[in-house]
Design a protein around this ligand. Structure first.
Ligand SMILES: CC(=O)SCCNC(=O)CCNC(=O)[C@H](O)C(C)(C)COP(=O)(O)OP(=O)(O)OC[C@H]1O[C@@H](n2cnc3c(N)ncnc32)[C@H](O)[C@@H]1OP(=O)(O)O
Ligand SMILES: O=CC(=O)O
Ligand SMILES: [Mg+2]
Length: 530
């Protein structure tokens, strides 16, 4: 590294695990200490600002495109950096946790990009966090092959996708690492360890250190990431502008600052992604108190709802006028175990990808290897030999604040089946998450931390507006807990129930279920600290 050591060190508070010393080297911890020292306080201030903004919006302050940055939006001259090596053609991107077996499967899936996910698809147990870093390091060294105890072989193919890594969001701490008496911010840990160990290897392989940035709420959070990139590159002597990052527009406040977010990151930007599930979650939680934001059953809120279409159209237009890729989101349907379910899932995903490709997206996400060919076929049909469609500037798109916020047109009360599905999904997902699994297939759909949040906050919202009565919610909760216990005798029913009651049935809505559940259930710090 090119600068002197920080005054304080990062302490590891976890028990040593298999090969963890390969990741938690003194040099890597020193790198994290630099990041924690430089950015810990700013992250803390930005989280306070998130809470202040939530209160302002809940008290009726209007949400609109910021006046202070109108010059950035009006200036037609600026562009983001051109696509970096390996990021020009992104028509199919597969997502998934960096668990070893899934890592090999994703790398062999035939997609252009693998988005290795420490956020929505990972329950951040210490073993998942460090195990994920080991998978990434081994993948970068091409030493990830293994054979299961049953003799099944996992071997990397010749041509691999470009690797992008999604660190956890700013709201999460990593309690197994301490700096200056406080947990190190989780995004700095996920980003920092990968960057420290793999940035040079990726550059030497003709690619680069590339990231997806989740759950940003405004331009200041994008600026913070940009400063993290600048310092990290300087510390390792890597030229500025080598890092690239795609920001997920998945909060309603960020949808009003897409241009500004691209602008803040312009030298490191690799476009925007329409993170539809967190977006919907954010919309409900931000305006959950307002009756005109009351949404019907989750299944009825689709991407063709006018307010969702306004959000994706605006994203494509914003990206393309700035020379940035616009990447679509995840259709949650995953192939089931029988051919009929599989055909139905493929048909639904195809429709979703067709809409995205026709609307101008340059590529999209899939959550399962069996969906790669569908997504490819659809984007091949629209792109042909071209790597993207940045030339489709979508001048026809006119989106005002009201278009993004006009939810009323699809509002309505829930059905009993809608209530039951949400409760069942939340309980089953919490159970999986507490056992260390961050994504699961439930009732034919991929469920992760974003989709489960929708299930949770809808129950809260319906109770709040009196369209669901508490007795019914409690009765369904009892029934669905019993069903979960019958299906999974190992499920921690008391913990699951308590988590649901605390996060869905409380008067005040917790902003996320994860931070508190993480601290209570996933953190394992031995009695005697190292
Ligand atoms: C809202 C958002 O943020 S979307 C992005 C975050 N979410 C995700 O990335 C979810 C990714 N998807 C997944 O985790 C999985 O597909 C699940 C959990 C939904 C379903 O997984 P499974 O129940 O294992 O599915 P299934 O049994 O059909 O899997 C068949 C094979 O495909 C593999 N596979 C399934 N999904 C993936 C994936 N996304 N990446 C790599 N391999 C995968 C499985 O590991 C399995 O491999 P194996 O035969 O070697 O054991
Ligand atoms: O991260 C993606 C989303 O839809 O949420
Ligand atoms: Mg998300």
């Amino acid at each position: 590294m090119t600068t002197s050591a920080p005054a304080r060190a990062v302490r590891v508070l976890a028990a040593p695990g298999d090969r963890h010393d390969e990741i938690l080297t003194p040099e890597a911890l020193d790198f994290l200490a630099h990041l924690a020292e430089a950015f810990g306080d700013r992250r803390h201030e930005l989280l306070k600002e998130r809470r202040r903004q939530a209160v302002r919006l809940a008290s009726g302050s209007p949400l609109d495109f910021p006046v202070a940055t109108s010059a950035v939006r009006a200036d037609r001259t600026w562009r983001v950096a051109p696509p970096a090596p390996g990021l020009e053609d992104r028509r199919v991107e597969i997502t998934g946790p960096p668990e070893r077996r899934m890592a090999v499967n994703a790398l062999n899936s035939g997609a252009q990009v693998w988005m290795a996910d420490f956020e929505d698809a990972t329950a951040p147990t210490w073993n998942n966090v460090i195990g994920g870093q080991l998978s990434l390091l081994d993948a970068c060294r091409r030493r990830i092959d293994f054979t299961t105890s049953g003799g099944r072989e996992y071997r990397l193919g010749e041509k691999l996708p470009t690797l992008m890594v999604r660190p956890r969001g700013w709201h999460l701490p990593e309690e197994h690492l301490e700096f200056d008496g406080r947990p190190v911010p989780a995004p700095l840990v996920d980003f920092g360890l990968y960057f420290f160990h793999c940035a040079r290897r990726r550059i030497d392989a003709g690619s680069g250190p590339y990231f997806y940035l989740p759950k940003l709420e405004n331009r200041y959070e994008a600026r913070l990431w940009n400063d993290v990139f600048v310092l990290s590159q300087d510390l390792l002597g890597i030229p500025r502008g080598t890092v690239r990052a795609t920001v997920l527009i998945e909060t309603v406040t960020a949808a009003f600052e897409m241009e500004e977010i691209l602008y803040e990151l312009r030298d490191h930007s690799a476009g925007l992604n329409a993170g539809r599930w967190d977006y919907l979650f954010s919309l409900i939680k931000t305006f959950g108190h307002r009756t005109d934001f009351q949404l019907p059953d989750r299944a009825r809120v689709t991407m063709t709802a006018p307010f969702m279409r306004a959000y994706t159209d605006l994203l494509v237009r914003t990206c393309h006028r700035r020379g940035a890729h616009a990447i679509g989101g995840t259709a949650a349907h995953v192939p089931g175990k029988d051919p009929e379910a599989e055909a139905s899932a493929l048909a639904k995903v195809r429709l979703d990808k067709e809409r995205e490709a026709e609307d101008g997206f340059d590529g999209s996400w899939v959550a399962h290897p069996a969906l790669v060919p569908v997504c490819r076929e659809v984007f091949d049909g629209v792109l042909g030999e071209r790597p993207h469609q940045l030339d489709r500037t979508r001048e026809d798109v006119r989106v005002e604040a009201a278009d993004l916020l006009c939810v009323r047109r699809i509002s309505g009360p829930p059905t009993e089946q809608g209530v039951r599905t949400n409760i069942a999904v939340a309980l089953r997902y919490f159970d999986a998450w507490l056992r260390g699994q961050g994504a699961v297939a439930l009732y034919g759909l991929m469920e992760d931390a974003a989709t489960a949040e929708i299930a949770r906050v809808q129950i809260w919202q319906w109770l709040r507006h009196g369209v669901l009565d508490r007795d019914t919610a409690l009765r369904v909760l009892d029934e669905e807990l019993a069903a979960l216990g019958a299906a999974h005798p190992w499920a921690a029913l008391d913990e699951v129930r308590e988590l649901f009651e605390r996060t869905a049935l409380a008067t005040e809505l917790p902003l996320f279920f994860t931070p508190d559940a993480y601290t209570r259930h996933l953190v394992r710090i031995p009695e005697v600290r190292s």
